[in-house]
Design a protein around this ligand. Structure first.
Ligand code: NDP
Length: 343
């Protein structure tokens, strides 16, 4: 796939071509073929859509983690029917996305029958962008909301030490004849991946993003990463949303709270053994509410009021560009991942 590129700084691969290559890299790192393709899709689709903090940037951390015993790459998830509207998933210390793929048919069947269904997952490692978990549901006509907690990197409001993960949530809503509305955001001012990218390029971060290890505000991303802490967006409001994510993704699922994730003994492990909550609603069962027209009226009003775009629009524009022009990659980097020591 890289023939003709070796020796140059950049080359362009089609999303499908890059997906094949990244799948092979995961397989060489010890992930069975099925989960390898799902993980590769997580990275490549994020890169394709310009969600760089969770695209190829994550590969070294995935590979370093896979070289430890921290995560079980071939874990067999256990998917259980609970109450009529509940699907329980134990990812058995595997990655969240393959476990979700296994739970999805049951979840959507329950949501179609009852109008609403919830998935509660524990013992799962989620290291990717969350919109990937809900966008396909909206493409099938469901409204979906998901949340994951992750290792402690963020202080609560008023605190100076990390307690919460950067605890993101993603929401997706179908539209008639158009791509779904999707928003996906960390509860920290900036996602940790963006802090790492800023540190790598020596760029300062905006005031209010984080504290250093002494609890002092800093705009230096390296100081935040070196024993400091991120801060929640919107002060007490973001802090309460992060708390809600701990309640739904950890307390309710039986997964670890962010501060309970103990990677000692796994120096190079980066993923978080945590939990995930996913609510799936079938708007077709909400009565005579003309949901699709109501969403169009909402979207129209937002644009008429001056909002320049809806969340998700930037990604869809990037996706189109990547499909037309390919995704820019560094061949030397890809080859180094291909040749990374196997576990
Ligand atoms: P951003 O702040 O980049 O974006 C948040 C949302 O706002 C996106 O849906 C984005 O849509 C939308 N948006 C941005 N600008 C505008 C605008 N002008 N008008 C309308 N909508 C807008 O996200 P974060 O940095 O907070 O999070 C980045 C990623 O990190 C997420 O994918 C998240 O899932 C991931 N993450 C994963 C974790 C894990 O443990 N797995 C932990 C923490 C974060 P658009 O995409 O179209 O720009």
């Amino acid at each position: 796939r890289l023939r003709g590129c070796v020796g140059s700084d950049t080359c362009r691969l089609s999303p499908e071509g890059l997906l094949g290559l990244i799948t092979e890299i995961f397989v060489r790192a010890g992930v069975p073929a099925g989960p390898a393709r799902i993980l590769a899709r997580t990275c490549v689709h994020a890169e394709r859509d310009g969600a760089h903090s969770h695209g190829l940037h994550r590969m070294p951390a995935y590979l370093a983690t896979l070289a430890t015993d921290w995560v079980t790459p071939g874990a067999r998830p256990r998917v259980q029917e609970s109450a009529s509207g509940t699907v329980l998933v134990d990812a058995n210390n595997g990655f969240a996305q393959p476990a979700l793929a296994q739970a999805m048919p049951l979840l959507t069947r329950k949501a179609s029958e009852a109008g609403v269904a919830v998935m509660l997952m524990k013992n799962s490692h989620h290291f990717g962008a969350l919109w990937l978990d809900v966008e396909p549901l909206a493409e099938q006509g469901f409204v979906a909301l998901t949340m994951v907690n992750s290792s402690s990197h963020m202080a609560p409001v008023g605190g100076t030490k990390p307690v919460y993960g950067t605890n993101p949530m993603a929401f997706a809503c179908p539209r008639d004849g158009r791509p779904p509305i999707v928003f996906d955001q960390a509860t920290s001012v900036m996602a940790k991946g963006d802090i790492q990218l800023a540190a790598k390029s020596g760029r300062p971060v905006p005031p209010g993003t984080g504290l250093d290890k002494f609890g002092k505000p800093t705009e230096d991303p390296a100081e935040i990463l070196d024993g400091g802490t991120l801060l929640p967006f919107g002060g007490h409001k973001g802090s309460s949303i992060a708390m809600m994510v701990e309640i739904l993704a950890a307390a309710l699922t039986g997964g670890n709270f962010s501060w309970e994730i103990d990677k000692s003994g796994y120096t190079n492990a980066h993923t978080s053994r945590a939990g995930q909550f996913l609510l799936c609603i079938d708007p077709r069962l909400s009565g005579e509410n003309a949901f699709a027209q109501r969403i169009e009226a909402l979207a129209r009003t937002l644009m008429e009021s001056g909002q320049s775009r809806l969340p998700g629009d930037r990604r869809h524009a990037n996706r189109k560009r990547a499909e037309d022009e390919g995704i820019a990659v560094n061949p030397a980097l890809l080859l180094s991942w291909y040749d990374a020591p196997r576990p």
